[in-house]
Design a protein around this ligand. Structure first.
Ligand code: NOJ
Length: 734
């Protein structure tokens, strides 16, 4: 009996010890009930220097991942790697690599999978430059949420988006990827996009981490050439390039990508002022900075570091935590620590930032992506609707002589041009896993929209470039038989985007020549343009009766266009970037600073005005603006100011109108642009209806200005609030 009691006691103690031992072996960092910072501290205390450096290293996965290569690719990825750029479309490969990381590495830290999800993952919607023309940030947020869902379900945790580089030079191919020339526009759409990707919490279902890029001033690339020097004064940095980033950080963007450009002699990748002083110290960003592709190694080319090792030291100490692809950190950080050139504390801070995002994404709890069939992941009907709506709102009606559009009476239509049946160009650059087979071409969309109501004749006309005029004849023949010509011109899919600079932004001569020949037929021409940058239309515009800018509108863009042509949809897009009269006017943008002589200094050979200014766009209906009514004409600091304007739809169809609210400060100790956009709002107005638009002016934010240190001031004196062609004066007094 005693023996039994002893044995039971013995058993109890043993079981308890085993249980206790088990409890003891669940490390703190794996316990999701413990606060994230404690989990990180615990994990850091376990890690070797080499393991830490792996967390700061990013490889690519899947460039060459056809059936035969996958195995090799997976085996080549170290189980300890911090992050991978994931080029695959499904979760299977991710899960296999993740299993390797969790099971074969000492600490089982999950990998962070990144991808360029720029304007959709598989459901491709318009390029960002077009999205901004919708002036509908809620819709852009929804589109980014669709992209996040498709990406997440496919094994992506992190997108290298949004690009919020203010860009004013159409020659720069990357102008397509951002929200145009204006700081506020980039800020508002950047924030919408961060919200769409990240939601309320990174750990929410189907949310991914966003990345603000390219920090900073990349859009100022000299002559529109990519990767080159940028001259950005501190004043311009603060009043033009920084606002979108400041807004994006406030909105909670998890990560930031440093830019390729050299800013005033100090490349963005080693720029302590922008990365440490501003981003980390002033804005207290707690996420991490990733270098751009090979950008650390390229510091040698830029002439600031004499070796890859020195490049690693400089980029790391300037606040770039993760090294994309060129392995400078992997190869040199351990050595630099041993030599005392980088401290362990600095390494720990960087690793903490990377781990923080992994914990916040819930990767330690859910490292794998559930395998769901493609039809449940992509191109869901509701996702396609969002893409369609965004395309509808992004299209800009630039000209409509004698109300040529919509097509009411015309029965015989000649559809001509290289864009008419081309699907790739509608997808645009950076179209992730978008497929041409998902796209409806303009030809197909017109057939669907008009069914048997019109006779649609098609001719190729000419290619995007080259000198072959053979197809002109057929185009001219169908043009002669038609009531109207729909001429679809534009740019090839990869004529914009990264490393896609052009010296001229006019369309190639062959396309202009085709238009010229068609004009001689004497039928009205509707010019339909698909492109990723503003164009020089100085020769095409006079040949056209109507012009529709559809951008690179994504998979459903052609249906949106067809709806606009038929009148089912009333166009409401307005330009997010100025269309110069010719390339020689560049840089040209609406918020320029004033000249010393307002009546002189113009070009002698061409107009000094752009062809289509920022904010320009027509509708099928008419909107009449009432007077601008301010709640007060004299205000004091700290007071509220409310400005209203009523807009009536006086035309013949319902439509949406965007009101842009600008301010102008005629005299200021730091000169201000002629006008600056401070707020915008889009409302739908039925025929005969009047809607009130309200702008609640925050005096500091909207009338104030920043100096070259980023300090904000508000000076007394007169200000003007501008809407359309009206303005109202408001005085700020002590
Ligand atoms: C280089 C591009 O500049 C950047 O925008 C992109 O995110 C990275 N490559 C990764 O593909």
């Amino acid at each position: 009996m005693r023996l039994l009691v002893v044995s039971i006691l013995h058993l109890y103690i043993c079981a308890h010890t085993v249980l206790w031992a088990q409890i003891q072996t669940v490390p703190v960092y794996k316990d999701h009930e413990i606060p994230v910072e404690e989990r990180i501290t615990d994990l850091l205390s376990e890690m070797t220097l080499e393991e830490k450096v792996w967390q700061l290293t990013q490889y690519t996965l899947g460039i060459n991942n056809n059936e035969n290569n996958i195995e090799k690719t997976v085996q080549e990825v170290p189980a300890e790697i911090g992050s991978l750029i994931y080029f695959e479309m499904g979760p299977e490969l991710r899960n296999r690599v993740q299993h390797q990381a969790i099971e074969n590495s000492r600490l089982g830290i999950p990998i962070l999978f990144g991808c360029d999800v720029i304007h959709g993952f598989r459901t491709i919607y318009p390029i960002p430059l077009g999205q901004a023309c919708s002036w509908n940030p809620e819709l852009v947020e929804k589109a980014c949420a669709v992209a996040a869902q498709e990406a997440k379900m496919s094994g992506v945790d992190w997108t290298f988006s949004p690009m919020i580089d203010v860009a004013r030079d159409g020659r720069w191919g990357r102008v397509a990827e951002g929200y145009g020339e204006d700081p506020l526009t980039n800020a508002v759409f950047g924030v919408a996009s961060v919200r769409g990707y990240q939601g309320n919490s990174l750990s929410d279902k189907n949310k991914i981490a966003a990345c603000l890029k390219h920090y900073i001033g990349y859009g100022a690339s000299e002559g529109g050439r990519d990767y080159v020097y940028t001259e950005v004064s501190r004043q311009t940095m603060w009043d033009t390039y920084i606002p979108p980033y400041e807004a994006g950080i406030k909105a909670g963007a998890a990560t930031v990508m440093s830019a390729f450009n050299n800013i005033n002699g100090i490349p963005a990748t080693v720029n302590k002022y922008t990365l440490v002083e501003v981003l980390k110290k002033r804005w207290k960003h707690l996420g991490f900075v990733v270098s751009d592709w090979d950008a650390v190694g390229q510091l040698v080319n830029q002439g600031v570091a004499e070796s890859r090792k020195e490049a690693a030291r400089m980029a790391f100490t300037a606040g770039v935590e993760m090294n994309m692809r060129d392995n400078c950190y992997r190869d040199y950080l351990p050595e630099l620590v041993k030599e005392g050139k980088i401290s362990l504390n600095q390494i720990d801070d960087a690793v903490r930032r990377v781990l923080r995002i992994k914990f916040e994404l819930g990767l330690f709890e859910h490292p794998y992506t559930p395998t769901v069939t493609e039809d449940k992941r992509y191109l869901l009907p509701e996702s396609k609707l969002v893409a369609m709506k965004l395309a509808e709102e992004s299209i800009v009606l630039l000209k409509n002589k004698k109300n040529m559009l919509p097509l009411f009476k015309q029965k015989k239509i000649a559809l001509i041009g290289p864009v008419a049946k081309n699907k790739g160009c509608l997808l645009g650059s950076w179209s992730a896993h978008g497929k041409s087979s998902d796209v409806t071409s303009i030809y197909e969309a017109l057939m669907l929209e008009f069914e048997n109501k019109i006779q649609l004749m098609y001719a190729f006309g000419c290619d995007f470039e080259g000198e072959d005029v053979l197809s002109f004849t057929e185009a001219l023949n169908i043009a002669k038989q038609a009531d109207i010509i729909l001429l679809c011109l534009g740019e090839k899919q990869r004529w914009s985007g990264e490393n896609a600079s052009r010296s001229t932004i006019a369309l190639p001569r062959i396309q202009e020549q085709l238009a010229l020949e068609l004009k001689k037929v004497g039928k009205p021409i509707v010019l339909i343009l698909s492109n990723g940058r503003p164009l020089d239309l100085s020769r095409l515009e006079p040949l056209s009766d109507a012009i529709l800018e559809i951008w690179q509108p994504g998979i459903n863009g052609a249906q949106a266009l067809a709806g606009i042509l038929s009148g089912r949809i009333n166009p409401s897009g307005k330009l997010s970037i100025t269309f110069p009269y010719s390339v020689g006017q560049i840089p040209i943008y609406y918020n320029r600073r004033k000249a010393a002589r307002w009546d002189q200094g113009f070009y002698m050979d061409i107009t000094s005005e752009p062809l289509f200014p920022f904010g320009y766009g027509l509708s099928y209906t008419e909107f009449k603006y009432g007077a601008i009514i301010p709640s007060a004409t004299t205000v004091k600091r700290g007071e509220k100011l409310l400005i209203e304007v009523c807009v009536t739809n006086t035309g013949k169809c319902d439509g949406a109108e965007t009101v842009h609210w600008f301010i102008s400060d005629p005299y200021c100790s730091v000169t201000r642009p002629v006008k600056e956009l401070k707020y915008f709002e889009k409302q739908f107005i039925r025929v005969g209806e009047t809607k009130t638009y309200r702008f609640e002016v925050d005096l500091e934010r909207d009338l104030g200005f920043v100096d070259e240190t980023g300090k904000r001031f508000l000076e007394t004196g007169e200000y003007y609030i501008l809407v359309g062609d009206q303005q109202v004066k408001v005085e700020l007094v002590d």
